[in-house]
Design a protein around this ligand. Structure first.
Ligand code: ADP
Length: 272
């Protein structure tokens, strides 16, 4: 197959794949470390628990954490004879693909320039056999650089975004940039998730706003984006992440779980 035939096949597969995916949702954040991958994974798990067919695509090329969060660091996706990639099946709940699966070791660093990143994102969309999905959740790298731009353009009209922030100004200011980015690309914003919002001391029950409070509400008021939920700091989130068990599979009645339930409510009622 020459290059132009390959490009044609890839374009055809991309269209075929997208035609079978009802909703594509990009999970974006202004900066790293705010819990974007945690939120993306738990949104995916929550939707799967609600009986939906869900794919989870990790394009955080420089810090792919989904394989760690799902405890699947040693998985390697297989290819079909037609050179399509079979996503990893997570407990019959999620179809998952991550750049982390393609590295020889979790500690490998990926030094890729723009066109290569664009190529791998395109491959994840066109060459992975996603099949019929109700939702494809995309864990995007933080910021408004090459990768979020590539994926937003490839997904085209109809893709939607969920933004993740922590409550304090250094994070909300960056999320404002992500909001502008989405608006410029006509990416509909479903809302913002405020993560790490307060910590309740397990000993005395007193709540401390470690990263201040009100960031999500501020974005709702000033930037006109819906606040979907405020997830508190919960040490069990760190523990479950390190143990490779999605939080919502272990805890379903905690304050954080209840906020996750609020977050997915508007997702469950999305029309194609
Ligand atoms: P990002 O994708 O934004 O870089 P991650 O989802 O990888 O962030 O989260 C960074 C760290 O913070 C992880 O160790 C994760 O377990 C932890 N974390 C995320 N959200 C919470 C929370 N609400 N409470 C406690 N720890 C959290």
């Amino acid at each position: 197959m020459n290059q132009s035939e390959k490009d044609e096949l890839s374009a055809k597969r991309l269209q075929e794949n997208l035609s079978k995916i009802k909703n594509t949702i990009l999970v974006l954040s202004g900066k790293g470390g705010v819990g974007k991958s945690t939120v993306a994974t738990n949104i995916a798990i929550s939707l799967a628990k609600a009986g939906k067919k869900v794919g989870l695509m990790d394009i955080d090329i420089h810090g792919p954490s989904i394989p760690i969060i799902l405890g699947m660091e040693n998985e390697k996706p297989q290819a079909t004879s037609e050179e399509e990639i079979i996503p990893i099946n997570y407990q019959d709940m999620l179809k998952v693909i991550s750049i982390g699966f393609l590295l020889d070791s979790q500690s490998d660093a990926v030094i890729w320039r723009g066109p290569l990143k664009h190529g791998v994102i395109r491959q994840f969309l066109s060459d992975v056999k996603w099949g019929e999905l109700d939702y494809l959740i995309v864990d995007s790298p933080p910021g408004t650089g090459d990768e979020p731009l590539s994926i937003a353009q490839m997904l085209g009209k109809g893709a939607k975004a969920v933004l993740v922030t922590t409550p304090q100004k250094v994070s909300t200011e960056d999320v404002r940039k992500s909001i502008t980015f989405c608006r410029q690309l006509n990416l509909e914003i479903i809302g913002v998730v405020e993560n790490m919002a307060g910590f309740v001391c397990p000993k005395c029950g007193k709540e401390t706003k470690i990263f201040k409070s009100g960031g999500g509400k501020y974005l709702e008021d000033k930037m006109n984006v819906k606040l979907l939920g405020s997830i508190p700091i919960d040490p069990a989130i760190v523990e479950t992440t390190d143990d490779g068990i999605p939080y919502l599979l272990k805890y379903d009645a905690s304050p954080a779980s209840q906020e996750f339930a609020k977050v997915i409510k508007p997702l469950l009622t999305l029309d194609k």
